[in-house]
Design a protein around this ligand. Structure first.
Ligand code: TTP
Ligand code: MG
Length: 241
């Protein structure tokens, strides 16, 4: 039984600029190891919630607790090592492929780097690069495709031992075939971690423990896939298109 990775949002209200509320009175409880999905139309506030869990911004009202501790009282370094993330906009630095993956856990061995790359379905394309794992990435990974960059970010998350994982459109840039292929890797990535997943493709959220439907910054429905379908509301509409 997991004891780490509980995330609680209590009456969270937030806006990026004064006077414009983006999230209104959000309450979410993620127990250790649970998979929580956020769905809702564009601009609903899904990414914003993950920005707040990461404490990229300070909330205006309410509180966010990780394992019972208010994130305001958690050192930034400690927060970073507790949360792994794969985002739509990838973050790579000028360094080798190996260094970029190892950034997820600095004491990882070369074998662990390869293992993580395999989980992320990145091993075969890395091996085809001119210097393999020692290939230097230009700029923000400009010599890779968007999908390849995303796979490297997945490998970086896979090598991390963080108990909390955030996947915001984590496979949005890989083709459907690779996405299918990577499903088992993603399951492995989520195993034993509290995961927050955001995906436009609802097929990737249907097995979540809890699906939260956001609209204009408010939670309008929540439940499992089956419960929400039976409800016949917004999720049902999104799902049946
Ligand atoms: P998001 O939280 O980015 O909305 P989303 O993630 O649900 O949308 P998408 O499916 O397109 O990814 O935005 C919510 C609102 O907050 C929106 O009005 C844009 C605004 N916003 C900012 O003002 N600054 C920011 O940095 C972000 C991320 C959003
Ligand atoms: Mg978003």
């Amino acid at each position: 039984r997991l004891i780490k990775g509980e995330v609680v949002l209590k009456n969270v209200t937030f806006g990026y600029v004064p006077g414009k509320v983006v999230l209104k009175n959000i309450n979410v409880t993620a127990k250790p190891g649970q998979k929580i999905a956020f769905v809702g139309s564009t601009g609903a506030g899904k990414t914003t919630i993950t920005n707040l869990i990461n404490r990229f911004y300070e909330i205006d009202e309410g509180e966010i607790l990780i394992d019972g501790i208010n994130i305001k009282n958690i050192k930034k370094d400690s927060l970073r090592s507790n949360i792994a993330m794969v985002l739509q906009d990838t973050h790579l630095f000028s360094g080798t492929v190996r260094e970029n993956i190892r950034y997820g856990r600095l004491d990882a061995t070369d074998e662990e780097v390869i293992e993580a790359a395999k989980i992320a379905c990145a091993h075969s394309f890395i091996e085809r690069l001119p210097q393999g794992y020692d290939t230097v990435l230009e700029g923000d990974g400009a010599n890779l495709s968007q999908g390849e960059r995303q796979l490297l970010n997945i490998a970086r998350a896979a090598i991390s031992k963080a108990p909390i994982l955030i996947l915001d459109e984590a496979t949005s840039s890989v083709d459907t075939r690779t996405e299918k292929y990577i499903e088992r890797g993603m399951d492995q990535l989520m195993k034993n971690r509290t995961t927050f997943v955001i995906a436009h493709r609802l097929s990737t959220v249907r097995n979540a423990d809890l699906i939260i439907v956001l609209e204009h910054g408010e939670i309008i429905e929540q439940g499992t896939h089956e419960e929400l379908l039976a409800l016949g509301g917004r999720y049902y509409q999104l799902y049946t298109g």
